[in-house]
Write a protein that binds this ligand. Structure first.
Ligand code: ZN
Ligand code: ZN
Length: 411
């Protein structure tokens, strides 16, 4: 076996054992780009070896996706396969089918296309996909998202390399950031999870009322919901299975209060949003809502994004990541949120994760809203952390203490 084949096999095993933690008799549903077929085959092999009852993979293909924008009926961009997504939601509902998402698309696949078509297609897709998002964010089943290096994505990360070299360089970075290149990746993830759980334990004991941020172009206060829960690393899904929803993951995250965010924020990394790039985001929040927003690149797409619905201009997630995280240390901008969000502290507009607030399973939708939980068709993370960001924890009585200085944990 070549070195690459060995690493790919270890990565596949890590995904099945630490990412999904597939149980005997469970089904597995994978979505993946065509170019990830070698990885999908290895994952399928390892899933059956641990007792999966059935592995199903739905492949996507960039060239086929693009044809819609070039040749498709202009009137038909509000169509989405609701029947497919309904079936997926059904599969996850009882926790008998694990969910693996493999990403790796060209981040600027749709950047040359008509913005109106793109935003209508995104909107229709988000609406149809909502039942799936509800099962996933509600942790009905064990799930995991990983990345595969594909030629188009690799070229976007390393534009000056040949396609072959770019692909090799991106795989090397993926193996390193996911710890797949360590002697025992599964054990490495156990240790990593322990460290993240220690951090969430400290933060949960603090009961901060808000976080206060200061950095270049950033000066804002972000209120947390009263019953917030900090999470990070492995989580137990409702079917009782411990899984790592993101590989890699370096963040600890919780729920902002949808009405208690005030001040200005500047993004620190470009954001790839459904086939287009958004960079240089600057927004002003008032009472939790974005009242002013610009972007130096992709401003039109950004504007449409936060206009998706009422919750799209409010926050659903806040995450802290030390500036020294291995992904940040790699110095690579991956043009992919899964990696880039784990390189820097971030916030997300849109849907909140219900497990970030106590008792959400017994609260009515009205009650959750009243307590500050945001809902939306979208959930989009964008990076605000850097080596120049300071964060304070603010207590209920207004007293505050340093939490992060120059992007690093204070303790
Ligand atoms: Zn996050
Ligand atoms: Zn997020």
């Amino acid at each position: 076996m070549t070195n690459h084949a060995q690493l790919l096999d270890k990565y596949a095993e890590l995904t099945v054992k630490s990412g999904l933690n597939v149980r005997k008799g469970q089904q597995v549903l994978i979505t993946a780009p065509l170019e990830a077929v070698d990885l999908v085959r290895l994952i399928t092999h390892h899933a059956y070896k641990v007792g999966a009852s059935l592995v199903t993979c739905l492949y996507s293909d960039e060239k086929t996706s693009l044809m819609r924008y070039v040749d498709g009926d202009k009137e038909a961009f509000d169509a989405a396969p609701a029947w497919l997504f309904g079936g997926m939601a059904e599969a996850f509902r009882d926790g008998n089918c694990a969910r693996l998402g493999i990403i790796g698309e060209d981040p600027s696949l749709l950047s040359g296309q008509d913005i109106d078509k793109v935003s209508r297609a995104n909107r229709a897709r988000s609406a149809a996909y909502k039942p799936v998002v509800e099962q996933i964010t509600g942790f009905a089943t064990n799930w995991c998202v990983i990345s595969a290096a594909t030629p188009s994505h690799a070229k976007s990360v390393f534009p000056h390399m040949s396609e072959k070299d770019a692909l090799a360089a991106l795989w090397t970075a993926i193996f390193k950031c996911t710890r797949a290149d360590q002697p025992d990746p599964v054990h490495a993830w156990e240790l990593h999870t322990k460290a993240l759980h220690k951090r969430t334990g400290i933060l949960n004991a603090k009961r901060y009322s808000a976080l206060a941020y200061k950095g270049p172009g950033t000066d804002f206060t972000l209120g947390l919901v009263d019953d917030h829960i900090w999470m990070g690393g492995a989580s137990v899904a409702k079917n009782g299975i411990l899984c790592n929803p993101n590989i890699p993951s370096e963040e600890v995250f919780t729920m902002p209060h949808r009405e208690r965010v005030d001040g200005t924020v500047r993004s620190t990394k470009p954001l790839s949003y459904q086939g287009t790039f958004i960079d240089g985001i600057e927004v002003t929040f008032e009472k939790g809502r974005i009242v002013k927003g610009t972007a130096s690149k992709g401003a039109e797409v950004f504007k449409k994004m936060i206009e998706t619905d009422e919750g799209a201009a409010r926050l659903g997630e806040v995450a802290l990541v030390p500036h020294s995280s291995p992904i940040s240390a790699s110095g690579i901008v991956f043009n992919e949120t899964l990696y880039d969000e784990n390189a820097a502290s971030h916030i997300a507009v849109g849907q909140a994760y219900s497990q970030n607030m106590k008792d959400t399973s017994i609260l009515s939708a009205d009650e959750k809203l009243k307590r500050g939980m945001n809902t939306s068709l979208i959930h989009v993370d964008w990076m605000i952390g850097s080596g120049a960001l300071d964060v304070d924890g603010v207590f209920k009585d207004g007293k505050r203490e340093p939490l992060m200085r120059k992007g690093e944990w204070v303790d």
